[in-house]
Structure formats: structure tokens, C-alpha cells
Design a protein around this ligand. Sequence first.
Ligand code: C2O
Length: 548
Amino acid sequence: GSLTMYVDVLPQIPKVNGYTLANRTFSPGRLTIGMYQTKWKFHRDLPETTVFAYGTSAATATIPGPTIEAIEDTPTYITWENHLPQSHILPWDTSIPIATPKNGGVPTVVHLHGGIHAPHSDGHPAAWFTASFSETGSTWSQQTYTYPNVHHAGNLWYHDHALGYTRINLLAGLTGAYVIRDPGMDGMFKLPSGPEFDRHLVLADKSFYNDGSIYMNCTGNVPSIHPQWQPEYFGDVITVNGKAWPYLQVLRRKYRFRIINTSNARYFRLSLTNGLSFTVIGADTSYLTSPVSTQSIILAPSEIADVIVDFSTTTATESLLNNDAPYPYPTGPSPDQFNGRVMKFIIPAGPTNPPDNSTIPPKIKTYSPSTIKNARQTRYITLYENTTATGESINLYVNGKRFEDPVTETPKSGSTEVWEVINLTGDNHPFHMHLATFQAVKVQCLVDVNTFTNCMKTLNDAVACNITGQATGKIIDIPAYEKTWKNTVKMEPGCKTTLVVKFTLVGHADAGYPFVATGSPGYVYHCHVSYFARIHFLLLGYSERSRG
Ligand code: C2O
């Protein structure tokens, strides 16, 4: 049966401080956050669901996990503990590169998405650990992670990142939000603030059995190749902060929403009914130079939009947050009346009391410009699928390389590079890099994708396959609300996206950059659709540099 929408109130996600404050001075904070198997109520009429959740204790674990608040330049130390049972609540696929603890247990490792920190704290997929750290993966080195929070203020999130388990660990509930604050900036702006008016909306699609348990397929489209693997997981229930299609009663005033798409594969194209629009102030971990007003926002898995919604601009008493992004994006079917709905805002009539003193500043933040001048080098990164004769996807590699292959990219810390990412698949891909920040400066499509793909499958060299002559087709505009330093950029199918990539701190005095010692696992970059994420991680190595 189907669930009635808008019957559960949008939960307030608990917050924990990743710092200490005494005598108006911020000092580093230490947290212990565990992963627990617990029960969670996703909807009034759905029986309790067994989930994996983050929390500071078993009793306080939530979906999503607690929002971690950090202060720019004040380190946060987190010990992530695995308290999960011996077996997983969801089926996994052993035909892919996957963590394999000898004595069983659920392999986990946490990645702070958007963070800038040393490799041992980055949640490398092979740095997994099972309960009580009883078994660890090949690149695991320490229990406590250091997050220096040297990134400029903005929105991040944390999630599981274990090799081969990422998809089911996220689906089981292992996600949470993380915010780096700049108290000076908070004081300067009068954006909507406080727990009531500054809220996270953490989106995730899931499917459930009638008994409340989470549905995950356990048969593959091509069982002889991948017994369990299906190209992408799409849930028919849309959850926000751990509730299916919740509602929020608001005042007729401005609210700030930090919207994070934590889905495995679903893109959202969000819009509001009854004439309301979004004023976007930030994308991923960065602010925009100036606010951008828009009727709709497209969020790929892992992307974050920081928006203001002014409920005083409508006379209606409710507004629906809807989704009309095809799935897979952009060529799949359109959402139906279930997965096309996200949540409802109830806006009682009458004046706002107390009055809304918040304002949207005309200028927000200016970081270093995105210029390809002075780029140290250009890299060509080509995404293409290997398929069976019947068109079933077998794998998606980067430049024909697998996750297990040796490091190919070794940028220098402090440098700027140009990455030409060529997407030869039929779907859009959320291209995510750890450590670096980057932005798209040009998207131009290929004139003959088939010819180029066939050439790549033989030569595996974009220059030799004449990418310059090929990428002369249609130019696609980059939305104004994405023009800032991001950590995930959507790759249009059949097109080449030119990225300016900075391996240096953006918008911030250089407080020192993590460097990679010989033998370090380095960092990964990958598509954030977790079906692919398990396959085409590549290591991103850095040469050591002297400080200063
Ligand atoms: Cu949000 Cu490597 O991932």
C-alpha cells in the first residue's frame, strides 16, 4: 500500500559541537561518534525500520546522524566507532571490488565530503574497519580523524565510504551533515539563523517492504556477471531528515535551508508551488558571489544547495516542495505522484510575529577567480562504460582504469590544473573529487560520440582521438547558482566539461595544505552515483611540498 503524505513533522536534527567555547575563545573539540544498529520510524503508518545510524550513543543515534558544527580554523577530532552487528541488514555484492573482513562484520569508514584534511583522515575506501576495530583494511592507520577545518566556511556532509559497501551503508542510514562556520561572517550577515529558521533538509530516496524493512535488490540484471548489482538504486519513497514526505509549519518570513542530496542515484529537480522561489546563496562548500534567484534547482547525489525561501512572498497557506528530475537523469522516466513529491510547508495566514529582521545581502563572498590562465597542466578524464551485447553495463572506468590500478594523477599541492572531463555515457554523472575544489567553466558537447568512443576503446587517448575537433558541438550553459568552487559537478552526457581545479585552499589564507608522504593512499575522485563509485575510484596522489 502507499503511505499518506505530509503526516509526520520534519524532524529537527540534533547538533553536536566540534569545538569548545570558553571566555569567547574557540578551542579544538573532541567527539566520539558511533555507528549503531537501531530502530527508526520513517513514517507514522510504517512499522519501525532496522537501520544503521550515527550517534554519540546508541540511544541518541538518528537518521541522518547529528549535525556537526565546526569553526573555521579550529580543529575537530573525531573517533568514529563501529558498533554494528556481525551481519548487514542489506544484501551486498561480492562480484565487485569490496572490503572482505575475514571474520565477518560490517566494514565501515567515514568520509567528510568536502573536507580538506590529511589522507589518513579522509576515509579512503580501503581504510575500512569492523566493530571495535577488530579488523581493518589495507590503508587503515588510525582510530581518530583530524579535521583541521581550514576550508572556508560552508556546508559539508559525512557518509560511509567503505569499498563495495558505500551504497548499502548509505541506504542503511549512515549519513550526516557538517557545517564549518565563520563566526565573523555570521555576525556580519543577518541571514535567517537559529535552529528554527536555519535548517537542514537531508534528502534520501528509499524503498520499504510492508514490514518496514529497507528494500535493496539482491538479484542483478546480469547475474552471471554481477549476482546482485543493478545499475542504480531508486527508492519510491522520498525522505527528508529521516521522515517520508514530512511537513513543516513555518512562519510567513524567510528561512534558510541547507539541502543535501544523500541519495544513491536519484537527482532532484526541486521547485516550490504557489509562486515561491529559491534564493541560492551557496553551492556545496562555497558561497556564491551574489545571491541567485531561481524557480528550480537540480541536485545530483552529494550536491548541496544553501537557499533562502521567503514565505512572505505568497498569499497561499501551503507550498509543496516537488521534484521532477527524470531518473536516471536526464534520460529516464519522469517521477510519479510519489517520488515527484518531497515535503510540504504549511504557512498559516496572518502577520509574522515577531517580525522578520533577517536580510539577504546583495554580495556574499568573493573567492579567487576561476581562470585557466596559470594552470600547471591539462588532464583528460574520460568516462565510458563497458556493456554486454544486450547493453547491460558491466563497469565504468576512468580513462579505462580500474580502482585497483596504480595512481595516475599526481598533482602538486598549491597548483591549479585544467581537467577536461569527457562523459561518453548516456547519463549525467556527479563527478566528485576529494580534497580539491573546482568549478566548471565550459560545457561543450561532442559532434560524434560513437566515433570518439570507439577510438577511445582502442587508443585510450583523448588527444590522439581528436577531442579538440570533437568537442565543437552544442555549448551548455552552467547555471548561475552553480558558479562557485564546488566539490561535485554534474557531467552532461556526450559532452566535455572544462574544470578549473585548485589543489590549494580557496578563499582563505593558506594555512598549510595536507601533503602526502610516500606510500600514502592519497585521495580518490569518483562518480557519486554509488553504483559506479564502487568501481572507478582512482587514487589521487600528491607530491610532498615544503611548507610555506
Ligand atoms: Cu561523498 Cu568519495 O564521497
